[in-house]
Design a protein around this ligand. Structure first.
Ligand code: GDP
Ligand code: MG
Length: 438
């Protein structure tokens, strides 16, 4: 999946002028990849529409600005999907906050109850756990174990069979004792069935939760949307916790569910242990969905350090100049931005031999080698004021401890860059002080 999306973006990077066809091809690719990551089909279609609307082809300048606008639009639209536009319930200090967890069996409610309790307890809240799962044998023991490990007070019963009674008793007890956060763990069923929803509604009525959190397994896939909607119809879902994000699931189903229920994700579960719960971060969730590193970070880094943010370089390009020194500057930027392979794939003009040179470390090594070769060049060479004849090439190779072949490959790389930049800006690179590398 990751490679499909980066391929799509890379193809777009290589296409000099981004036109409607390039945009559509890219959106098709990204759409297919998202569907493969369990994002629901209607959602993907809407997403494509939204991106096309956001990217007004006529109004935009040509070249890299447009390309970056499209990339930013793709990520922004995905972020919008997981941001329903309203804030989740935030517990209030100095009062009792009742949080009820709902969801199908095995999705991680009981585990999450412990994690959530631990999270708030560490932040200084007085927390209690209530086990309202009288359906599953051993449910109370499981909650008790988690609570004991974290030294969180708990309430449950081995004898009472009504979840409504246990829930009400537990919440009353903790409320009277001045607990600030009371987490009510409820039972699930293997399927959505009437008995589950009935019980859930009754427990909710008895404990009057300040917020209800829908707990959902990241691996649920295309069924997520249905399931989330079914729960929301029966209980007032305020927010969502996605569990098992440490597994192989990309969370596309979860994203669809959130989009369908308009409930914000508050935490994600990253393992079975009590401390493996992380506050939700939209951009890293979307990055994970896309199967790449921190793409949003990358996009903003590109915006910080990108070519069109460098007025000096832009000015020189306008004058028709792109020199070896400029390429060296670009490489320096690249090394600072990292992860190098992802940044490189977004940089126009990168040859496939550079892109496919292996791991980040290898890419960095290669770029550093090029930089040290350029260190061995004279100012007039870097400024492309002189022609690189064989004796200069040999001198630079000696000076940098490389070889004539490597220096030549650097010059080839430069030729590619120069050509791309020329096309990008519609400039004639040889008009003034242009490189003569023939
Ligand atoms: P419940 O039936 O909804 O209460 O689900 P449980 O809390 O009993 O969890 C079901 C299984 O999922 C247990 O084996 C948990 O250890 C596991 N589990 C829950 N959350 C996570 C998570 O974030 N990551 C991983 N890897 N496992 C989890
Ligand atoms: Mg449970």
């Amino acid at each position: 999946l990751g490679s499909r999306i980066s391929d799509a973006l890379r193809n777009m990077s290589n296409a000099m002028l981004v036109d409607d066809k390039v945009l559509n091809d890219m959106l098709k690719e990204i759409g297919n990849a998202l569907i493969a990551a369990d994002v629901s089909v209607p959602l993907v279609l809407n997403l494509r529409k939204a991106i096309t609307q956001q990217v007004n082809m006529e109004e935009m300048a040509q070249g890299i600005n447009k390309r970056k606008l499209i990339q930013t639009a793709v990520f922004q639209e995905l972020i919008n999907l997981v941001d329903p536009g309203h804030k989740p319930y935030v517990p209030v200090k100095g009062q009792t906050n009742v949080i009820m967890l709902v969801g199908l069996q095995g999705n991680g409610k009981t585990t999450t109850a412990g994690k959530l309790g631990y999270y708030y307890q560490r932040k200084g809240w007085k927390v209690g756990l209530v086990c309202a799962d009288t359906f599953r044998a051993g449910a109370f023991d499981q909650l008790k174990q988690n609570a004991t490990k974290a030294r969180i007070p708990y309430y449950g019963s081995y004898t009472e069979t009504s979840p409504v009674v246990v829930a009400a008793d537990g919440v009353d007890k903790f409320r009277e004792e001045g607990f600030e956060i009371i987490i009510v763990d409820t039972s699930g069923r293997h399927k959505q069935e009437e008995a589950l929803f009935e019980e859930m509604a009754e427990v909710a009525e008895a404990v009057e939760p300040d917020t209800t959190i829908f707990v959902m397994d990241a691996a649920i896939g295309q069924a997520a949307q249905d399931q989330a909607e079914a729960f929301r119809e029966r209980v007032d879902v305020g927010s969502v916790i996605i569990t098992k994000m440490d597994g192989s699931a990309k969370g596309g189903g979860a994203l669809s569910a959130v989009a369908a229920t308009h409930s914000p994700i508050v935490f994600i579960g990253m393992g079975e242990h009590i401390d493996q719960l992380e506050p939700f971060d939209a951009s890293s969730f979307v990055s994970r969905l896309l199967g790449r590193g921190d793409i949003m970070g990358l996009v903003s880094k590109l915006q910080d350090a990108g070519i069109d943010q460098q007025p000096e370089l832009l000015e020189k390009l306008k004058q028709g100049v792109f020199t070896l020194r400029d390429m060296a500057d670009q490489f320096q930027n690249l090394l600072q931005m990292g992860p190098i392979s992802s940044v490189m794939s977004m940089m126009p003009g990168m040859s496939s031999s550079m892109l496919n040179s292996g791991s980040d470390e290898e890419s960095a090594r290669r770029i550093n080698m090029f930089l040290s070769i350029m260190d061995s060049m004279t100012n007039e060479e870097l400024d492309c004021d002189v022609k690189f004849n064989p004796s200069r090439i040999a001198r630079v190779a000696r000076g940098s401890g490389t070889s004539v072949n490597i220096v030549s490959s650097l010059l080839d790389e430069f030729k590619r860059f120069a050509k791309v930049f020329k096309k990008m800006k519609g400039l004639n690179m040889n008009s003034r002080n242009g490189p003569d590398l023939s």
